[in-house]
Design a protein around this ligand. Structure first.
Ligand code: SF4
Length: 329
């Protein structure tokens, strides 16, 4: 099911796609490598696009006295600020479809945070502040509601899970929006019920009322209102306590089918999750096995269990009893 949707993601071209860094290098990222089979990537190198060759002398961001930012090649003192901003505007405006971004950490062009803003172009100049690069800044201004991350942060399991959840959910929503079908919007809200409950219960209810459309608004009005709340709902990841709430709700669907011992076992595992001893997927898997066993059709359709392809959250092989042996015979 997940394979039927393919998010469109703009990625810094030097991450896994081309040797286009200033020193003719490439950045390796296992996350981007694995996503290649599941995502439609649009690789782009803004510095090459504005005519800086490969290899090239590096460029830096200088913060002026009035706090404006200049993108300057230090060895030649060439100011490429306008070129970069014009390119960013034109490129981002030309995108017909986009669901997310993966951009190079700390780059003066692609960075989304932590890029140094320097006092001058001289070597060893003082760092006055940090922030996004000039292309990254334009991305955040135009597409701040979409998932935007750098390749380094995506190595973190939790950051990656939230990024992928947001990416796949907003891709599904884009398809509903394009379809202009109220029926598809109702289905979208229904299938995401438990996922949305985990993210933000209040927003989930508000969105339910918007979809209910008691005042008979047009699809356009409904979808615009809904989209604003969806962006609020999915902006930040759920707390573990919200997952516990969702899991308890789901357990209720099996109150007649499960034995006392099975319920007690689940509640014990839930306490272990609360204490941080086991991860969420242990409980999700347990519930999923009951959904299959009792053919629970409502829960079977919930995207909470099937947000994105599971291959994208693979563990490190060395943690799965594969790879080299640590014990010599
Ligand atoms: S960080 Fe951006 S501008 Fe720099 S090499 Fe990579 S893609 Fe090109």
């Amino acid at each position: 099911m997940n394979n039927s949707i393919k998010p469109v993601v703009v990625v810094s071209k030097c991450i896994e796609f081309a040797y286009c860094r200033y020193n003719n290098n490439i950045i390796s990222s296992d996350v981007v490598k694995e996503m290649k089979d599941f995502v439609e990537f649009i690789p782009i190198c803004p510095e090459v696009e504005i005519g800086l060759g490969v290899p090239r002398d590096p460029i830096r961001i200088v913060q002026e006295k009035d706090e404006s930012l200049k993108l300057i090649q230090s060895s030649t003192a060439m100011d490429v600020t306008e070129n970069m901003l014009t390119f960013a505007e034109q490129f981002l405006n030309s995108l017909k479809k986009v669901d997310g971004f993966i951009l190079k950490y700390k780059s003066p062009s692609c960075g989304t945070k932590h890029t140094p803003y320097l006092a001058t172009i001289q070597k060893g100049a003082a760092k006055l502040a940090t922030g996004p690069g000039l292309f990254g800044k334009t991305v955040l201004e135009k597409f701040g509601n979409l998932p935007v991350e750098n390749e380094g942060r995506l190595k973190n399991f939790r950051i990656r899970e939230h990024y992928l959840t947001k990416l796949y959910t907003l891709t599904r929503f884009r398809e509903v929006k394009t379809s202009e079908s109220m029926h598809k919007l109702v289905k979208f809200q229904e299938r995401n019920k438990f996922l949305f409950m985990a993210y933000n219960q209040e927003e989930m209810r508000r969105m339910g009322r918007i979809v209910g459309n008691a005042s008979k608004k047009s699809f356009r009005e409904v979808i615009e209102e809904y989209e604003t709340h969806l962006h609020t709902l999915i902006a930040y990841p759920p707390k573990y306590t919200s997952h516990i709430n969702v899991l308890m709700h789901m357990l209720g669907y099996f109150s007649d089918e499960l034995s006392k011992e099975e319920k007690a076992y689940f509640l014990d595992e839930l306490e272990k999750y609360r204490a941080g001893w086991i991860p969420l997927f242990v409980l999700r898997s347990l519930l999923k096995s009951w959904i299959i066993r009792f053919d629970q059709s409502y829960l079977k359709n919930q995207l909470y269990f099937d947000i994105f392809p599971e291959e994208l959250m693979r563990f490190d092989l060395k943690d799965t009893w594969r790879g080299r042996s640590y014990w010599k015979k």
